[in-house]
Design a protein around this ligand. Structure first.
Ligand SMILES: [Zn+2]
Length: 508
C-alpha cells in the first residue's frame, strides 16, 4: 500500500481518475496485490516468511524513498550503481526524510512481522491451504486481466514503463538480471584485442594527454556551448574546442565509464562484454604508453584494474581537502613530478572528477565558487526551488571550468617536451527537476536528452603534429558520442593496430 505511491501516481498520470477509469484503477490494486500474494506464497514458509518479509520491508522502504523523491527506476544498472557505491556517495544521500521512510515503512512494519504469532497446523493442512491460496490468487489475476483486457493491453504494450515502478517486484527482478549478468561475465574467458598494437619508432615525439572524465556535466550548462550564464569564464580565454553535440553511452557512471574506454559502440555494448575485453588503457599500456589513473570519484568501475591507479577521495590521499570534501584540483598535485619521471615514451593520465555529482551539488565546490545564489543546501532536492538547484549545479560547473583551466596550465608547462592535449568528456548528463525528474540513471530509451547530452572539450598544445585545430573547430556541431573516444585517443597516440577505425577518430 505505501511503497508504491510512485507507481500509482504514474499510473494516474496516464489513466486519470475518471468514472471511466475508476474500475480499471481499482483492478490494478487488486491485480498487484494478487501478484504479491502469489509470489510470496511461493517462497514464504514457516522458517522463511519472517526473514523474507522483513528484508522486503527494509529494502522497499529505501527504494520507495528514491522512487518517490527522484522518480528513479531500480533497474539492473541501478543495482550495479548500488553495488559499486561508496561511503561518500551514501552519505550524500542520507537525510531525515529517508530515515523517516525507513522507520515508518521499514522498521515499524518489520517489528509487527517479527512479533506476529503465526499458528501452524499439520503439514498436510498447510500444503492444502497453500495450494488453495496460490490457485485463488492465480484465478483473481486471470479474472482481472480478462475483464479489463483492453486496458491491460495498452498498459503492458504502450505504457510498458509503468510496471518498472512496482515495488518490490521490479527491484527483485532487476537484482536477478544483475546477478545473472555477473555470473555470465565471470564465467566467460577474457578477450584480448589489438595484440598487434604498436607505436611506430618513426614517431619521435612523446605525447602527453590528460583525459578528464567529468561527472554529470550537461552540455547545455556550459557557456562555451551557448548557455546564457557565464559558467566558463576561464576556459573561454583558452583556445579550447567545445563539442556541442556530444552524447553519452549510458545514463549512469557504472554504465558509461566502462563504455567510454571500450572498443564496443553503444549499439553493441554491454557491461559484461566490456569487463571481459581489453579496454583502451590495457592496449595502450601494452603499446608502451605510461598510464596513470587518478580518481576523486567513487572508482574506475573496473576500467583501471590493470593500470597504475591512485585514489584521491580521502584527506590522506588528496592534498587539497576542506571540511566539506576533497577537491578535484588535488589530483593535479604531484603530477609534474610524475611527468618528469616518465620522459621516455608517451603518457596518458586519466583524471576522474567528482564534478557535478548529485544530489548535493552545493558540496562540489569551495566557497569561492558560490557565484550564483541562493543555492540549494540540501540533498533533498525536492525541498528546494528549481532556481536554487540550478544555482548550486552551475557553481559546480564553474569549479570544473577552473579545474580544467588548471589542467591546461599544467600541460602548457610541458609543451616544449611533449605534444600535449586535454580531452574532457562527462560520463552522462543530469535532470534538475525537469518534468519532475532528478539526478540520472533512467533507462536510455526513455531518459530525457539532458541525461545523455554531455559536455566534451578538447585543448591542444603548440607542438602537436598532424592535428588541424582550425579544421577541428569547424566540426564542433557534428554529432559525436562516447563511441568516438576509443579511436580518437588511439589516433592521438599514433598507435597502429587493426582495430583502430579512423572514421571514428574525431581528430582524423
Ligand atoms: Zn556519473
Amino acid at each position: 500500500m505505501f511503497a508504491n505511491l510512485r507507481f500509482f501516481s504514474n499510473v494516474i498520470e496516464v489513466y486519470p481518475i475518471t468514472l471511466q477509469n475508476l474500475a480499471f484503477l481499482t483492478s490494478i490494486v487488486i491485480l498487484l496485490t494478487s501478484v504479491f500474494i502469489f509470489l510470496l506464497s511461493l517462497v514464504c514458509y514457516k522458517y522463511t516468511i519472517k526473514p523474507i518479509l522483513i528484508l522486503i520491508f527494509l529494502i522497499s522502504s529505501a527504494t520507495s524513498y528514491f522512487m518517490d523523491s527522484y522518480n528513479v527506476i531500480i533497474n539492473d544498472t541501478m543495482i550495479q550503481n548500488l553495488v559499486r557505491t561508496d561511503v561518500g556517495e551514501v552519505n550524500d544521500l542520507l537525510n531525515l526524510k529517508l530515515m523517516l521512510y525507513i522507520i515508518f515503512l521499514g522498521i515499524i512494519p518489520s517489528i509487527f512481522v517479527y512479533k506476529a504469532k503465526i499458528k501452524y497446523t499439520t503439514l498436510k493442512q498447510e500444503l492444502l491451504s497453500r495450494i488453495k491460496l496460490i490457485l485463488i490468487s492465480i484465478a483473481i489475476m486471470a479474472l482481472v486481466l480478462i475483464s479489463f483486457g483492453n486496458f491491460y493491453a495498452s498498459f503492458f504494450r504502450e505504457h510498458k514503463l509503468l510496471r518498472f515502478y512496482t515495488n518490490p517486484t521490479y527491484y527483485i527482478y532487476s537484482t536477478g538480471i544483475y546477478i545473472n549478468g555477473f555470473f555470465k561475465s565471470a564465467s566467460t574467458p577474457r578477450k584480448h584485442i589489438a595484440l598487434d598494437i604498436k607505436i611506430p619508432s618513426t614517431d619521435k615525439h612523446s605525447k602527453l594527454m590528460i583525459l578528464v572524465v567529468g561527472e554529470a556535466a550537461r552540455a547545455d550548462r556550459f557557456s562555451l556551448n551557448g548557455y546564457s550564464r557565464e559558467t566558463n569564464p576561464l576556459l573561454k580565454k583558452l583556445d579550447v574546442i567545445s563539442f556541442s553535440n556530444f552524447w553519452s553511452c549510458g545514463t549512469s557512471t557504472a554504465y558509461s565509464l566502462p563504455c567510454m574506454f571500450s572498443i564496443y559502440n553503444r549499439s553493441n555494448y554491454s557491461n559484461a562484454k566490456a569487463q571481459n575485453t581489453d579496454n583502451l588503457l590495457d592496449i595502450l599500456q601494452r603499446a608502451g604508453v605510461n598510464i596513470l589513473w587518478r580518481d576523486n570519484n567513487s572508482d574506475s568501475k573496473g576500467v583501471a584494474l590493470r593500470v597504475p591507479y591512485q585514489r584521491f577521495k580521502a584527506p590522506h590521499q588528496n592534498p587539497i581537502c576542506d571540511e566539506v570534501e576533497c577537491r578535484d584540483e588535488g589530483m593535479l598535485v604531484g603530477l609534474q613530478s610524475y611527468i618528469n619521471e616518465h620522459k621516455q615514451g608517451d603518457i596518458l593520465i586519466v583524471l576522474h572528477q567528482m564534478g557535478n555529482h548529485g544530489p548535493a551539488y552545493y558540496k562540489r565546490y569551495p566557497p569561492a565558487f558560490e557565484k550564483f545564489t541562493p543555492t540549494c543546501k540540501s540533498n533533498q532536492l525536492e525541498t528546494c526551488s528549481k532556481k536554487e538547484i540550478e544555482n548550486a549545479y552551475d557553481n559546480a560547473i564553474l569549479y570544473t571550468d577552473y579545474f580544467l583551466s588548471k589542467v591546461i596550465e599544467l600541460l602548457k608547462q610541458n609543451d616544449s617536451q611533449f605534444e600535449t592535449a586535454m580531452f574532457y568528456i562527462s560520463d552522462h548528463g543530469e535532470s534538475l527537476g525537469e518534468n519532475g525528474l532528478y539526478l540520472h540513471g533512467l533507462p536510455y530509451f526513455i531518459a530525457p536528452d539532458i541525461q545523455k547530452h554531455v559536455a566534451a572539450i578538447m585543448w591542444f598544445g603548440k607542438n602537436v603534429e598532424g592535428i588541424n585545430v582550425n579544421l577541428l573547430k569547424q566540426k564542433i556541431n557534428q554529432k559525436y558520442s562516447h563511441d568516438n573516444i576509443f579511436h580518437t585517443v588511439l589516433g592521438f597516440m599514433k598507435a597502429q593496430t587493426a582495430v583502430y577505425d579512423k572514421k571514428m577518430d574525431i581528430l582524423h
